[in-house]
Design a protein around this ligand. Structure first.
Ligand SMILES: Nc1ncnc2c1ncn2[C@@H]1O[C@H](COP(=O)(O)OP(=O)(O)OP(=O)(O)O)[C@@H](O)[C@H]1O
Ligand SMILES: [Mg+2]
Length: 636
């Protein structure tokens, strides 16, 4: 290896000058004793931002920022020490140079001893590394940010080498996993698919995705979305970055939405069917009733008629359930003291759960008032207690608990259905039965979903419909073998409770007739005929109309004669509610019975019926019920 002096001897002085003058690196010559600048090349002038004459003869410390001067002196002193080798020395680290304009340049320095014009001097070759220093800083900055992102990410980030061995995990609690094969950690069931995705990422060199589910130690099923991202090092495939996001919550919301849409669609369908069916069933039931009256009791014909009646009654029960599910029932809501209402139902519920099941009610001391239809509320508890009973074939315990809760905006938004923030009453029905697995739970509210040989699968569907029609919310919590809790939330009413009696107050056991004139508006011809026939049988005079429009005309034509109007809520041209509004303008005292098998805008009818002066007949109805309602309203 050549020393500096050898090198200088080897080149001619002309070459040496060129090497000095034209060197792209800044080169300066400094007196080793006085540290005065003796020579510098053009690149050095540019490096420091001075003209040559400004620097020649100046102390070299001019070119250093204050904090670097001590370090510089030290190096000069060291290099002057007698044992120092005179060969080229690279000074460790990055040095700072001060330019004329005050800015700093970062440099690397090589220095060798020479003799310059007979004096001991050092020749310093300076490389400007400012750019590299800046890049390094930017790189460090980027790395720090990357590390912060990775370390604080909610995602699991795992780096694999080309053999699928874990090289990095972003969870310090899982640091011991570094060095283990990744696939060994994937649950058996998903291993093959994961291996396939990893291979695909390598083959294609592009990101691959995999959605998976995993049962956690808590027994909870969680969903994950993993991205497999191949990466390179020095232009060669180096490994795979696996980024896993927990998507359980998103999945849950998607599932809620899907369920809600399905319930909405089936509800519409069920409501539509129920409407037509109830008209037909009213005819079947009514005509059968009339025929039975005509047939001699005990005759074979009477037997057949009774079979028809029973079948029609069962069909009516089915459409009633469908209607409850479709949220198209007319509700008679009023402020109810929940505790008192539950007390009213208790003897019925006791009968439902039977003797080997204990039934307990827990309620707070304070009164909880909800706006609800008492009969529908009873239906809800009936269905829930029936399910509880059936889930406990060997007996057990049912607890009905009443509580007050409130939902703030965030809590309300988390619920599956639309829920307005505010105060709610909670009815919690808990059993100690067999419970449900996740699959059953997911479908429990679906109409016709049942796991029972004798079930119709409409119990919870009805409950769901009724609760939602009350602007409420329902939730099921269940574990196989651990029992079930159903939680129903109903909005708290601001008014004081109405009287606790839940049945219609005046109902005559037998229908009595009369001679008043009654207007019947019904679009289904057979039903219209049947209604007219029945009422005429009871002695009334009857005027009929096919729709609301015609009903208004008839009413107008017989001003003051018509005592009562029976209006079907759903009719072509003009519906019952709208017809009633026009009739009332003609005679404000007119009494009205609405008939309905389905109310497209049930809230409107509910409102009228709740206000009083109106009665409601749910289709299909019995002819006796019709007669009683008519009489009761005329007498009121
Ligand atoms: N308390 C409960 N414990 C265990 N499983 C239940 C409970 N309640 C409901 N289920 C499950 O949900 C399913 C649907 O219940 P739903 O009440 O809608 O219908 P059903 O009881 O089967 O029939 P139906 O009520 O029409 O007679 C049931 O078949 C049962 O599998
Ligand atoms: Mg049921």
């Amino acid at each position: 290896m050549c020393t500096g002096t050898d090198t200088m001897r080897a080149v001619s002085s002309l070459d040496y000058r060129a090497l000095f003058e034209d060197n792209p690196n800044a080169v300066v010559v400094v007196d080793r004793q006085t540290r005065v600048l003796l020579a510098l090349n053009d690149a050095a002038c540019r490096h420091f931002g001075y003209a040559r004459e400004e620097l020649l003869g100046r102390d070299v410390s001019t070119l250093r920022p204050a904090e670097d001067i001590d370090r510089m002196r030290e190096t000069f002193e060291k290099s002057n020490a007698p044992h120092t080798v005179a060969g080229p020395t690279r000074y460790q680290g990055v040095w700072q140079h001060l330019r004329k304009d005050g800015s700093i340049v970062h440099s690397e320095i090589w220095r060798l001893h020479i003799e310059y014009e007979g004096r001991p001097a050092s020749l310093t070759i300076i490389t400007d590394v400012s750019e590299r220093v800046r890049t390094d800083a930017a790189l460090r900055d980027a790395q720090a940010k990357w590390r912060a992102v990775v370390e604080h990410s909610a995602d699991h980030i795992v780096e694999l080498d080309q053999d699928d061995v874990i090289r990095f995990v972003n969870d310090e609690n899982a640091a011991q996993l570094v060095g283990t094969p990744f696939l060994a950690l994937v649950p058996e069931a998903g291993r093959e698919r994961t291996a396939e995705r990893l291979a695909a990422a390598r083959r294609a060199g592009t990101m691959q995705r995999l959605e998976s589910q995993r049962t956690e130690e808590t027994g909870e099923l969680r969903s994950y979305d993993t991205r497999f991202i191949p990466f390179e090092r020095d232009g060669k495939a180096a490994g795979i970055l696996c980024i896993t996001t927990d998507i359980t919550e998103r999945k849950r919301l998607e599932e809620h939405l899907r369920q809600a849409q399905k319930m909405e669609a089936t509800g519409l369908l069920a409501g539509g069917i129920a409407h037509d069916f109830n008209n037909l069933l009213s005819v079947v039931l009514g005509a059968t009733e009339l025929a039975q009256k005509a047939a001699r009791s005990g005759s074979p014909l009477d037997d057949h008629l009774e079979s028809i009646r029973e079948a029609a009654a069962r069909a009516a029960e089915l459409t009633r359930k469908l209607l409850a599910f479709s949220r198209k029932q007319v509700l008679r809501v009023r402020p109810l003291d929940l505790g008192a209402a539950v007390d009213d139902f208790l003897s019925l519920l006791r009968r439902v759960v039977g003797e080997d099941v204990e039934l307990a009610v827990r309620r707070p001391a304070e009164q909880i008032v909800v706006k609800a239809d008492a009969l529908q509320l009873e239906q809800v508890l009936l269905n829930l207690c029936t399910n509880a009973r059936q889930a406990m074939p060997a007996g057990g315990r049912v607890v009905i608990e009443l509580l007050r809760t409130s939902f703030d905006e965030t809590a309300a938004a988390k619920e599956s259905g639309p829920l307005v923030a505010g105060d709610y009453a909670e009815i919690r029905v808990t059993d100690t039965g067999v419970g449900m697995d996740a699959a059953t739970q997911a479908r429990a509210f679906e109409p016709f979903f049942t796991t029972k040989s004798e079930g119709t699968g409409l119990g919870l569907a009805m409950v769901h419909g009724i609760v939602h029609q009350h602007q409420g919310q329902i939730r099921v919590e269940s574990r196989v073998g651990r029992g079930t809790t159903v939680r129903v939330f109903l909005p708290i009413a601001q008014e004081p409770p109405a009287s606790s009696s839940r049945r219609d107050p005046h109902v005559d056991p037998l229908p009595r007739g009369g001679s008043d004139t009654i207007l019947v508006a019904e679009d289904e011809p057979a039903l219209r005929k049947l209604l007219a026939l029945t009422l005429r049988d009871l002695g009334y005079a009857v005027v009929t109309a096919e729709n609301g429009e015609q009903a208004v005309r008839e009413f107008e034509a017989r001003k003051g004669q018509i005592a009562l109007a029976i209006l079907d809520v759903v009719m072509p041209v003009l519906g019952g509610v709208q017809a009633h509004e026009r009739i009332r303008l003609i005679d404000p005292k007119v009494k009205v019975i609405f008939t309905t098998g389905y109310a497209p805008d049930s809230a409107q009818v509910s409102d009228l019926v709740t206000r009083g002066g109106y009665a409601l007949l749910n289709k299909p109805f019995q002819l006796g019920e019709l007669g009683r309602k008519v009489r009761a309203l005329l007498d009121a």
